[in-house]
Write a protein that binds this ligand. Structure first.
Ligand SMILES: [Fe+2]
Length: 208
């Protein structure tokens, strides 16, 4: 099943197969790693940015929805704890790599380690954890997990895009409010200087 198939299925409002959803994510990240290998210069950091976004989203939905359901059954318990640890290593590498301004040799080495870690993790999930999960959890529960992961993914993506637009409008509002402040201050100054004048007039008239 291709990514488009998964999307089409999701759009129909049908029950989402959690394995297909996660596997589609895995394939997308694999493609991006292939792109990263042939990219050069600034492009490398750009492709890496996409990998980071994808992996952060993917690990988030697994940790929030999928893994908690697999932690309890004995059959999937150990593998799930291992998966959490592998995620932690991946997230650590993503943070380190994300701080770089140029893709130097050290960065390249870390990116390679990231790729190898992700490949190992994906292999273990698809060949061991997913089959065990399928055998352990009921069909209904699996479909529910798929639906929840899909919803959480959409929620996060919406949040990320609204954050981006909020940042943009925040910088616009900032410059607008500075301009407003300037106008207000100039109005205040003219007002207060006006009242001072009338005040001094009053006091002179009282004295008389
Ligand atoms: Fe994972």
């Amino acid at each position: 099943m291709t990514l488009c198939d998964v999307k089409a299925r999701a759009n129909k409002g049908g029950d989402m197969d959690p394995f297909e959803l996660l596997k589609a994510d895995h394939r997308k990240v694999e493609e991006l790693f292939t792109e990263l290998e042939s990219a050069s210069g600034k492009q490398k950091l750009q492709v890496f940015g996409q990998i980071k976004t994808e992996l952060e989203l993917h690990t988030h939905i697994e940790e929030k929805v999928f893994y908690p359901a697999l932690e309890e059954p004995e059959e999937t318990h150990d593998l799930t704890l291992e998966a959490y640890e592998e995620h932690a290593v991946v997230k650590d590498l993503l943070k380190k790599l994300g701080r770089a301004r140029t893709a130097n040799d050290e960065w390249e080495a870390q990116a390679k380690v990231l790729q190898e870690n992700v490949e190992h993790h994906v292999e273990e999930e698809e060949n061991e954890l997913f089959p065990k999960a399928e055998a352990t959890l009921g069909e209904e529960e699996l479909e529910e997990l798929g639906d929840r992961m899909e919803a959480e993914k959409a929620r996060k993506q919406r949040g990320a895009s609204s954050k981006k637009s909020a940042k943009k409008s925040a910088s616009k509002t900032k410059s607008a409010s500075t301009a407003q402040k300037r106008t207000r201050t100039s109005k205040k100054t003219s007002k207060s200087s006006g009242s001072k004048k009338s005040g001094s007039k009053k006091s002179t008239s009282k004295k008389r």
